[in-house]
Ligand binder design. Structure first.
Ligand code: FAD
Ligand code: NAP
Ligand code: SF4
Length: 682
């Protein structure tokens, strides 16, 4: 890169690209790839895959990588077979990772995570024997000897991490894990010198930081992740956070990272509906008390946001975790002034955190190569083909980009006037605006890769005859299902497309038929006048966050939810709890948000008919009429595969992907992945 270009780029994100000296290391910039467990840590051969995964992120220019959490002992593991670093024989596999990162000039620290009572196994320990609300196992209270042994285990683990070649460690002291459990009186009921007063409760983190520094040396980076906002009852007060921060610095930490919210907190902290950079204020509040660099975090997913946070002096560094799953080249693209080509993390959690909680390997909805770097590759083809793709939804867009990346000549058709398919409907839902970014990414990539995009071009088999395509990829998506129900054609019946896309006028009382992902989205749309994702103040008010920090844990005395003007019923036939099928890590926020808005969620409903009076249903064997002005159908979807069947009956080399293939439980994750997988082999 020429000097003049470098100057230009640095003018755009000057703070983000400012190097930082820490304990005799020079970090190339102010971005940290935050800790994320991938599942590869425990998988056979997983460290070879991890090495490539981290290498690509280091090559992509991130200043410092922090690995997923590794336990310092058996009790601290996440799960029975969770990863641990306690013995010299475990060092060599970590060397694969550190060598790979160092080979491209990167820096990497290993996170040491002791889960305490969050351990999903019967050997978990904690300051006191109090079960957490999110795990089934009651922990054993650590003895004094056990505490001293735990400190030694942290020191030993960091010594082994250093031997493995890590540039440092991050000590996980937040999110409600063991160290956090010691700090907060809610979980620490000890009466010995590790409990009671705040000074006693913070002895553990201070002893750990000191022991880790003693076990390593001055060239070793020690990051301490400090819970600056617990978001739980009886959490730390602001004065305690400050006292702890000052003491952690004095104990020998190199950097303090921000932790937001315990895992058991009932306030969302990273899902897509959380406004960008919503929690950086808390890091900024601590900054005047601390001399070592502070990292801020949560919902920072764009270089402009990072730059804004840094340039306003809120923090010295920004941690982005999922954005580096979504795009390994995030920093390189920002540096080249190509932010428009960043594949933005939309904070959906669908392929990352939701997978962790289902014991599945982590990947990424918008980037199916994440954690599959050694398996899924788009190598240049020696056999260039002329390919038609019909349908520019996620499946068609992903296929087109990856196929063009391989060198194929691709033409992408869509009957609509823009690309994106249903993502253009999803992004109308309050709190789902990030889907705009996915469409922007694909649009710019299609352009860059010279894919011919033909819009307003509804394809039937005859239209394709004039072309001479080698392969046809049908990605025509779905059609909303219209249930067989008396009165379904009544004027008060609307589909979710009418409501979200065509902005049909909807009355003050509504019944939604179908409580799947789309039913929830429609309920959210109908009960929110405007999206809170772009209004931090309103969002914090609605979720009960006390930004003045007058109360412990940063909790407001009462959440202040604006009442909805509409009366909304969200209905399903199944007997299961409404919303149980939503994402593991985000579903509860949707349910809680609608509960705040007093949406009536009813299961085990039998639909009878729709007429002028409303929707007639049977609930608990009683016939009732829900007297609503409108009924919105969100009753699932069926595949749009007529074109495929037609083409396939006449031509060879016709392929089917996305919703057109299988509509049931279809989501953008599956659509994009299917498109990518086909592109890799065609
Ligand atoms: P589609 O997106 O349906 O795209 C098909 C495309 O084909 C369309 O653009 C259409 O115009 C075009 N087409 C059809 N027939 C022809 C033809 N004959 N000629 C030319 N063009 C044609 N998924 C998630 O993973 N997470 C979410 O949070 C999420 N939220 C959603 C919220 C809403 C409100 C909606 C509606 C969907 C949501 N989804 C979500 C689902 C997700 O959008 C779909 O799973 C995904 O879009 C399916 O992709 P696809 O490419 O198979 O089809
Ligand atoms: P869905 O999740 O499968 O839900 C369909 C709903 O319609 C169900 O509640 C079902 O419940 C009901 N239904 C099905 N057939 C019916 C019939 N004949 N009559 C009446 N009701 C019927 O599908 P969706 O809501 O359309 O969403 C489509 C896909 O988009 C989903 O699979 C999801 O993955 C994705 N999406 C994801 C998110 C997200 O946040 N991750 C958000 C939106 C959409 P009963 O059968 O019990 O009545
Ligand atoms: Fe971000 Fe969703 Fe990808 Fe996770 S799956 S990294 S939240 S885009």
């Amino acid at each position: 890169m020429s000097t003049s270009t470098t100057k230009l780029v640095n003018q755009r994100y000057p703070e983000l690209f400012k190097p930082l000296e820490v304990h005799n290391h020079t970090l190339a910039n102010r971005a940290i790839m935050g800790s994320m467990h991938t599942g590869l840590e425990e998988k056979k051969g997983g460290f070879d895959r991890l090495a490539q995964y981290y290498k690509e992120r280091a090559e992509g220019g991130v200043g410092l990588i922090v690995t997923g959490g590794i336990s310092p002992n058996l009790a601290g593991r996440v799960s029975p077979f969770g990863s641990q670093l306690s013995f010299p024989w475990q060092v060599s596999k970590h060397r694969k990772v550190t060598s790979a990162v160092h080979s491209v000039g990167g820096k990497i620290a290993m996170q040491i995570l002791h889960t305490g009572r969050y351990g999903y196994h019967p050997f978990s320990v904690a300051p006191s024997a109090i079960k957490s609300p999110i795990t089934p196992f009651k922990p054993k209270a650590l003895s004094k000897r056990g505490i001293n042994k735990t400190i030694k285990d942290f020191a030993n683990c960091s010594k082994l991490a250093k031997r493995a070649g890590y540039d440092g460690v991050e000590i996980m002291g937040s999110e409600g894990y063991l160290i956090n459990q010691f700090i907060v009186s809610k979980t620490n009921k000890r009466t010995d010198d590790w409990g009671g007063s705040f000074a006693n409760r913070i002895r553990l983190p201070l002893a750990i930081v000191k022991a880790v520094r003693d076990a390593t040396d001055e060239n070793f980076i020690i990051i301490y992740r400090l819970s600056m906002l617990d978001l739980v009852e009886q959490g730390s007060s602001w004065d305690e956070v400050v006292e702890l921060g000052i003491a952690i610095e004095a104990a020998g930490a190199s950097i303090i990272n921000t932790g937001i919210g315990w895992h058991e907190a009932r306030i969302p902290t990273i899902v897509t509906s959380v406004p960008r950079a919503n929690f950086t204020w808390v890091t900024a509040k601590l900054k005047k008390h601390i001399n070592i660099p502070l990292i801020t975090t949560n919902r920072i997913n764009a270089p402009e946001t990072a730059e804004q946070v840094l340039s306003s002096g809120q923090a010295d560094m920004v941690s982005m975790a999922r954005p580096f799953l979504a795009d390994a080249e995030f920093m390189a693209k920002a540096k080249r002034d190509e932010a428009r080509l960043i594949n933005t993390c939309i904070a959906c959690n669908q392929a990352c955190l939701d997978h962790v909680f289902k014991n599945k390997l982590v990947s990424c909805l918008v980037n199916p190569r994440a954690c599959e770097e050694t398996l899924l590759n788009f190598t240049t083809t020696a056999n260039v083909k002329n390919i038609a793709v019909i349908g520019a939804g996620p499946a068609g867009m992903a296929f087109s980009v990856y196929a063009a990346q391989r060198g194929h000549k691709v033409t992408l058709f869509d009957g609509a006037d823009k690309i994106g398919g249903q993502l253009n409907i999803a992004n109308q839902v309050p709190g789902k605006e990030e889907f705009f970014e996915t469409i922007r990414y694909f649009e710019n990539m299609l352009n860059k890769l010279a894919v011919t995009v033909e819009l307003n071009c509804l394809i039937d088999s005859s239209k394709l005859e004039k072309y001479n395509f080698d392969e046809l990829v049908v990605a025509t998506g779905i059609t909303p299902r219209i249930p067989e129900l008396e009165g379904v054609t009544h004027s008060k019946v609307l589909s979710y497309v009418d409501v979200l896309k065509h902005k049909a006028k909807v009355g003050e009382s509504v019944a939604i038929i179908g409580a799947g992902g789309i039913g929830f989205d429609v309920a959210e749309f109908l009960t929110h006048e405007q999206s809170l994702a772009i209004d931090s103040k309103a969002w914090n008010k609605e979720w009960g966050i006390d930004t003045e920090y007058e109360n412990r844990g940063g909790l407001a005395t009462k959440a202040q939810v604006e009442p909805s003007k509409r009366k909304v019923y969200l209905l399903q036939r199944k007997r299961t709890k409404v919303g149980v099928g939503l994402g593991k890590t985000s579903g509860w926020t949707h349910r809680l948000s609608l509960k705040h808005k007093k949406v009536k969620m009813i299961n085990d409903v039998n639909y009878i008919k729709i007429d002028d009076h409303g929707l007639h249903v049977q609930i608990d064997d009683k016939d009732i009429c829900l007297e609503v002005e409108h009924v919105v159908l969100c009753a699932g979807q069926v595949s749009n595969r007529v074109l495929y069947d037609e083409l396939n009956s006449k031509l060879a080399n016709v392929h089917l992907i996305g919703g057109a293939d299988v509509a049931l439980e279809l989501d953008a994750k599956r659509a994009i992945r299917q498109g990518a997988k086909l592109a890799a082999i065609l």
